[in-house]
Ligand binder design. Structure first.
Ligand code: ZN
Length: 214
């Protein structure tokens, strides 16, 4: 039985790796360059098509592109903006369906945000831990989510493929953000979802207008 579960898990992980020859599309370029430095964050239900899509990899020739550099800068400004204050963000949350995430490395000194291009989860192991999560794309809600305590990720850094093992709360952030790249939201895995009234009140202080060109 255990062997079957492992095989299924391996197939699911393999399926999350979406290769493509497709460079930046006109739509992606528009979102990247036309967005303000703090980008519009896609939310349910109006942006469910984007949030539920499977993301493509960034092609090798685009690793040094102006598009990628600009997108990473704007995603950082967005996730660290007082209106969001997230610990991670995935590209579909700003309207780009590519395998890119930013994660706050709570396990490192000074807790920097780091960018991960073409990230994939290679394996998950350890204890199953249940902790509350929220998501910038599911405003004013929270819920307890079971996640593995340990994760092995691989991604592109300076043009080369790098692998790394991460544990604890940061491993949870990686799992949450990588799920976004496969169109999965924490509410799909949560044991329950409830309204966070503090967060709801806080968000009323900010406007979240979807750009009309979006
Ligand atoms: Zn999220």
């Amino acid at each position: 039985m255990k062997a079957h579960i492992l095989v299924i898990a391996a197939l699911m992980l393999g399926a999350s790796c979406v290769r493509t020859n497709l460079s930046w599309t006109a739509r992606e370029k528009t979102v990247i360059f036309k967005s303000s430095p703090v980008m519009y964050v896609t939310t349910l239900p109006q942006d469910s098509t984007i949030l539920r899509a499977k993301c493509l990899e960034v092609v090798e020739k685009d690793y040094d592109s102006k598009e990628l550099k600009t997108l990473l800068e704007k995603m950082l400004k967005t996730v660290t903006d007082p209106s969001q204050e997230g610990v991670g963000i995935a590209a579909p949350q700003v309207g780009v369906n590519r395998r890119i995430v930013l994660v706050q490395r709570l396990d490192k000194e000074d807790e920097p945000f780091e960018a991960y291009v073409n990230i994939q989860i290679d394996s998950l192991w350890g204890d199953i831990v249940v902790l509350e999560e929220g998501c910038l794309s599911v405003p004013a809600q929270r819920g307890p989510v079971p996640r593995y305590s340990n994760v092995k990720i691989s991604y592109i850094r300076d043009g080369k493929k790098v692998s790394e093992c991460v544990e604890g709360y940061t491993a949870r952030i990686f799992q949450h953000e990588c799920d976004h790249l496969d169109g999965i939201l924490y509410i799909d895995r949560a044991l329950e979802v409830f309204t966070d009234t503090t967060w709801a009140a806080q968000r009323e202080n900010f406007t979240y207008e979807r750009p009309e060109w979006f």
